[in-house]
Design a protein. Sequence first.
Length: 96
Amino acid sequence: MATFISLVNFTDQGIRNVKDSPGRYEAFKALAEKLGGTVKGVYYTMGKYDMVIIMEGSDEAAMTAMLKAGSLGNVRTESLRGFSLEEMKKIIGKMP
């Protein structure tokens, strides 16, 4: 399974309703699982981003879950495909 690291920022709507954030996260996690993904971790952060979500799953599961989260208007996301050290060793090993 692929690993995705999502950097999340609250929108104006999301910060106005920040008390609902834990419940919104639980709904996101349930949707990700329904789509075949697994949320490995969530962290509320200080600085440029408000949250970081680490998820495993197919490209389709991750994209669908993130699009749904964004469509509700509470967050904006930037998702990155992450590679473990072992995955990177295999990638580098294929270099000519």
